[in-house]
Design a protein around this ligand. Structure first.
Ligand code: DHY
Length: 318
């Protein structure tokens, strides 16, 4: 069983610049750095990291994202299901995640399935020296973000991609009907009771639209805008703040130094996975679904960033 979205790896052109943005300004917590790769977590996460930033000037992209599964046996099941679906699976090994299954989805998105997930050492005991509180407010920079929330992926066929993910017990929370009445225009899908772990939205080609991180409510979203502007990153603010109709979440979209879009997100609803999804016509989506209220969608919002084309070729996981 897939539990949840665990992490995303973004390849960046200049790690120092990216750390200035993610760690110093936004307040992600750096767990470790190994050479040109930094591992960051958001404040409420027990996992040691939910964002990997690797300097790779020649391949700036979404390297891959990781989905945590319930057990080692679940990895066997996932491998088997992929093989039945005709999706190539590569076995890999990583010191943090142990056994990892690498796949590329039917649209071309690079994914890692793993079970082992190193945790931060939260210890409540006598010896104060070894206590690592989850919230280190006295050391904090930035907002900081609380948790990774979702990947928003562009795909050339939403139905085709959904037909893949539905085999892994994903549920659609909301969808937008397609113009031809057959292929959906978009679907927000989840394994948790949040509105989505993955959004699938139509585009002629597969690409990353954004990675979303939850912050502490509406004030966290607004504070992000203040922080960015005050730190000299006003131009990194692309769109928002506003509220989506789909998901009903409060949002701000920002762009990192390489143009990777990050959604700063809060206040979506929770709903059990067995309910009928909320449907939108294209017209209703355009008027109310994308934006319940807020500033006009900027033209730049159609822009996407690249996904890793070499995921199955490269030897190392990160
Ligand atoms: C929408 C976008 C998101 C999200 C929820 C809803 C609506 C849209 O497609 O613009 O990124 O998290």
């Amino acid at each position: 069983m897939i539990y949840r979205l665990g992490y995303a790896q973004l390849n960046v052109s200049d790690l120092e610049k990216s750390l200035d943005f993610y760690e110093k300004v936004l307040g992600f917590i750096k767990t470790k750095q190994e050479g040109n790769t930094a591992y960051l977590r958001a404040e409420e996460e027990f996992d040691q990291y939910s964002l990997i930033l690797k300097e790779d000037k020649n391949n700036v992209c979404l390297d891959h994202f990781g989905l945590r599964v319930s057990s080692e046996e679940a990895l066997d099941e996932i491998k088997e299901k992929n093989e039945v679906l005709g999706v190539e699976v590569q076995e890999a090994e990583d010191k943090d995640h142990g056994r990892v299954l690498k796949i590329v989805t039917p649209s071309g998105h690079p994914v890692a399935f793993y079970h082992q997930s190193p945790q931060i050492n939260v210890y409540h005991g006598e010896n104060k020296n070894v206590i690592l509180p989850m919230r280190r407010t006295h050391l904090q920079n930035g907002i900081p973000p609380l948790r990774i929330d979702h990947m928003n992926l562009r795909v050339p066929s939403v139905n085709k991609e959904w037909n893949y993910w539905k085999n892994f017990d994903f549920s659609i929370s909301e969808y937008v009907e397609g113009k031809d009445g057959k292929d959906k225009y978009a679907a927000w899908i989840r394994r948790e009771t949040n509105t989505h772990d993955i959004a699938l939205v139509y585009k002629e080609y597969a690409a990353l639209h954004h990675v979303a991180f939850i912050v502490d409510g509406v004030q966290g979203v607004i504070r992000t805008a203040d922080l960015l502007a005050d730190a000299g990153y006003r131009d990194a603010i692309e769109y928002g703040p506003g509220r989506h109709g789909v998901s009903n979440a409060f949002f701000l979209y920002i762009k990192d130094p390489d143009g990777h879009r990050i959604e700063i997100y809060s206040d979506d609803y929770k709903r059990d996975l067995d309910h009928e999804p909320v449907g939108w016509t294209q017209a209703a989506y355009e008027t109310n679904g994308r934006l319940w209220w807020g500033p006009t969608v900027p033209e730049s919002f159609v822009e996407t960033t690249a996904i890793n084309k070499d995921w199955m070729k490269k030897e190392e996981l990160v």
